[in-house]
Design a protein around this ligand. Structure first.
Ligand code: BTN
Length: 325
């Protein structure tokens, strides 16, 4: 933690209480002048720090920004989020995380942007990313795995996200294969994992996560394939983006460790328990093929098993539409 993060942590440990300049200086092991400079910087960033002459300082407001200083405070992860980079605007957090990865950034790096100008969705689609209200985040991972194992990471992130919605927003969400999260049948989050690999091993995986947190109905375009929603629309209350991000990083970190240590089986069971796809009649569009059948489960690679007539087909990619029967 840098000095600014530590300063915020001290204030947040004693909400609303005055902390003297001397106490701050002693706790952080830096001069009073240095404390004063850091406090000015925090004010520039949007933190409201009240100064009461000859008594001390207290934090009375924090900016609604996903700043590393706020997210890291008390974050209990072992790998994911050890470094967090925050950007006001980016083309795509996946693109930036991938470039930083290629330049040698360490596993666990998190890139967050307040807005994306070319947010990427699955199958070459666009992810609508207005500023300051949602979460657009990419995580750099370097699992020691063969390339064919990379898709399994998507299921892990779906499960971590579903747990986060429950814990932070008290919202029940469902997983639609392979990587959508739906709330009351509407899309609330999407995931886009991108990998670079050699013949037999992964170099890096960028786990891209977009969550509609505080979007209003008017902010969604009208032409989307799946009707969209946001956590605020579903709950009627504004979501604390920092709390959501922190919990999500902790859930992801924990599921990533489980996956590395125990393999895909626990991830698959957790995904199946929140899936809206298993047992359902579906139409699958995979570019050149259009199939209709009933989903029987996931195979041990994360592919969808679909009963079509007398045979079970394995579907590796495509758009799934649920059909009422
Ligand atoms: C989808 O459902 O089509 C996937 C959407 C993934 C969007 C996220 S937002 C953060 C990250 N950066 C991107 O450009 N895309 C992903």
């Amino acid at each position: 933690m840098g000095t600014r993060e530590k300063l915020i942590a001290i204030f947040q440990e004693k909400p609303g209480k005055l902390v003297s300049g001397e106490e701050l200086s002693n706790q952080l092991g830096v001069s009073r002048t240095s404390i004063w400079k850091h406090l000015s910087k925090l004010r520039e960033m949007g933190y409201q720090v009240e100064a009461i002459p000859s008594q001390g300082y207290r934090l009375i407001g924090a900016p609604d920004l996903l700043l590393p200083e706020s997210i890291s405070n008390g974050l209990s992860t072992t790998l994911i989020g050890k470094e967090i980079k925050h950007f006001s605007t980016l083309e795509s957090t996946n693109l930036t995380a991938s470039q930083l990865g290629e330049q040698g950034a360490a596993e666990g790096l998190v890139c967050i942007a307040e807005e994306q100008t070319s947010g990427k969705g699955r199958l070459g689609r666009y992810w609508i990313s207005p500023t300051g209200i949602n979460l657009y985040m990419s995580i750099l991972l370097r699992p020691q795995l063969p390339p064919y194992d990379a898709p399994k990471l998507t299921f892990l992130s779906v499960v971590a996200l579903a747990e986060t919605f429950k814990e932070v927003c008290n919202l029940k969400v469902e997983a639609k294969w392979p990587n959508d999260l739906l709330c009351n049948g509407k899309k609330i989050a999407g995931l886009l994992n991108e990998m670079s690999a050699e013949a037999d091993r992964l170099n890096q995986v960028i786990m891209g996560i977009g969550v509609n947190l505080n979007m209003t109905a008017e902010q969604f375009p009208t032409h989307l394939r799946t009707p969209p929603t946001s956590a605020m629309l579903e709950t009627g209350v504004k979501i604390d983006r920092i709390a959501f991000t922190r919990t999500l990083l902790e859930r992801l970190d924990s599921w990533y460790q489980t996956f590395l240590q125990e393999g895909f089986t626990p991830v698959r069971s957790a995904w199946e328990s929140i899936s809206n796809t298993i047992g359902r009649k579906v139409a699958i569009d995979s570019g050149d093929q259009h199939l209709v059948g009933r989903v029987t489960g996931l195979d041990n690679m994360g592919a969808l098993l679909v009963q079509i007539g007398d045979s079970v087909q394995t579907i590796y990619a495509g758009d799934v539409t649920l059909i009422e029967d």
